[in-house]
Design a protein. Structure first.
Length: 357
C-alpha cells in the first residue's frame, strides 16, 4: 500500500522481499493502484525466472456490505489485476461494526464468501478489524474465518488475548502495521530510542510480537531499505532473551516514571461513559505522548477521531462533560475528566489527511 509512486518502485520492493525471504503479499483494491502495480511486478519477476522458494502467498480484501453480484465482480477484478487464477487469502476488509459481521455470517457476504471458496477462487477466508474487542471475539468464535488481521503492538498489546485465542483455534494472525500504527517506530522519538537502548524500538516491537506467537508481521515498505530489519529477523522467533526482557521492563519502567500517578493502566473499568467517550483509548495516547514523547504520532491519531468513519474512534476527549460517572469505577483513582482535558489540550492539532479514505 506504500509502494505506489510507480511500477518500478513496486518491483524494487518485491525484489527486496525475495532477498529478505518474504513471500506473503497483502494488498487491497482500496490501496489505489497497488494491485495493478503488484500484478505487473509479479509478471516481470516471473518473466525473469525469479520466484519465492516457497511460492507467493497473496492476500487481498473486499469491503463489507456489498451485494453478492458486486462482490463477484470485484473479486474477479482483483484476480485480473493481480494476474492470478485464485487468491490464497481473501479478507473482509474492515470488519469494524456488528452489521459487518452479520453481513459476513448471514447476509449476502456469507453467500459471497461461500461462492468464492466453492468456485476455487479463494483458498482461505479471513478478516481485518479495527473494531471493538467484543466484536473481534465474536468473529473469532464464529468459526467462519481461517485468519484475522489485528492491531497488535508493543505499545498497545490490549488485543493480544484475542490473538492468542485465534491462534489456539488454529487461525493465522497478522499484526497490522507494527511499525507505523504501532507508534511510528520506523522514526521513533529520541526518548523512545533511549527507553529501548540497547535495542532499536522497531526491533523490540517485532521480537515482542514474534515471541507472543503472532504468525505474520506486516511491513509497509516504500523502499527496499524498509525490509532490512525484516531480513535480519527472518529466523528470530522464539521467546524473548534476557536482554530483550530487560529492555522491555526498562521501557515500561520509564513510561511509569514519567506518568507517575496519572498513568492509565488500560483496565477499561471506567466504561461505559454516558457520553460514549472512549476513555481508555484516549488516555492510551496520553500515556504514549507523556511516557515516550510520541507527540507527532499521538497528534496524528487523535486528530483522525471523527474523520475516519468506522475505522477509528468517533468521539474525542472534548466530549467529556465532567459528570464524574467514571471516577468511582477507576481502581487507580485517576482524575479521569482532568486527564481527558489534558489529553485534548496536548494532542488537538490541525487535522491531517488519512493515507486511505
Amino acid at each position: 500500500m506504500r509502494a505506489l509512486a510507480s511500477p518500478d518502485q513496486m518491483i524494487s520492493v518485491l525484489r527486496a522481499a525475495l532477498d529478505a525471504g518474504i513471500n506473503h503479499l497483502e494488498t487491497a483494491p482500496a490501496y489505489g493502484p497497488a494491485e495493478h502495480f503488484l500484478g505487473q511486478a509479479l509478471q516481470r519477476l516471473e518473466n525473469e525466472g525469479k520466484q519465492s522458494a516457497e511460492g507467493w502467498v497473496i492476500t487481498s480484501k473486499l469491503l463489507p456490505g456489498i451485494s453478492l453480484d458486486e462482490g463477484k465482480r470485484q473479486l474477479k477484478a482483483i484476480l485480473q489485476r493481480l494476474g492470478r487464477s485464485k487468491l490464497d487469502n481473501l479478507a473482509v476488509h474492515g470488519l469494524n461494526r456488528p452489521a459487518h459481521l452479520k453481513w459476513a455470517l448471514h447476509g449476502e457476504g456469507a453467500a459471497l464468501l461461500e461462492w468464492s471458496m466453492q468456485c476455487g477462487l479463494v483458498e482461505q477466508i479471513g478478516f481485518s478489524s479495527h473494531g471493538s474487542e467484543e466484536l473481534i471475539g465474536d468473529a473469532i468464535a464464529s468459526e467462519r474465518f481461517s485468519f484475522c488481521c489485528l492491531h497488535l503492538h508493543l505499545l498497545d498489546p490490549q488485543r493480544l488475548p484475542l490473538a492468542h485465542e485465534a491462534l489456539e483455534r488454529g487461525m493465522g494472525v497478522l499484526a497490522i502495521s507494527p511499525a507505523d500504527k504501532g507508534g511510528r517506530l520506523q522514526a521513533p522519538s529520541p526518548t523512545l530510542v533511549e527507553d529501548c537502548t540497547p535495542i532499536q524500538p522497531l526491533q523490540l516491537a517485532y521480537r515482542y510480537l514474534l515471541a507472543e506467537g503472532i504468525s505474520t508481521l506486516s511491513v509497509g515498505a516504500s523502499d527496499p531499505a524498509d525490509l532490512a530489519l525484516a531480513s535480519q529477523l527472518r529466523d528470530a522467533g522464539g521467546p524473548l532473551g534476557p536482554a530483550e526482557e530487560n529492555t522491555l521492563n526498562q521501557l515500561m519502567e520509564q513510561r511509569s516514571a514519567r506518568l507517575g500517578e496519572d498513568q492509565c493502566h488500560q483496565c477499561r473499568e471506567c466504561l461505559p461513559c454516558p457520553q460514549q467517550v472512549p476513555i481508555p483509548d484516549l488516555l492510551r495516547l496520553r500515556n504514549l505522548a507523556v511516557g515516550h514523547d510520541l507527540i507527532g504520532f499521538c497528534q496524528e491519531r487523535y486528530n483522525l477521531i471523527g474523520r475516519a468513519g468506522h475505522w477509528w474512534e468517533e468521539i474525542d476527549a472534548d466530549a467529556c462533560r465532567h459528570c464524574g460517572d467514571c471516577l468511582p469505577r477507576c481502581p487507580h483513582q485517576l482524575a479521569i475528566p482532568e486527564l481527558l482535558r489534558d489529553t485534548h489540550r496536548r494532542l488537538k492539532a490541525t487535522p491531517r489527511r488519512r493515507l486511505w479514505g
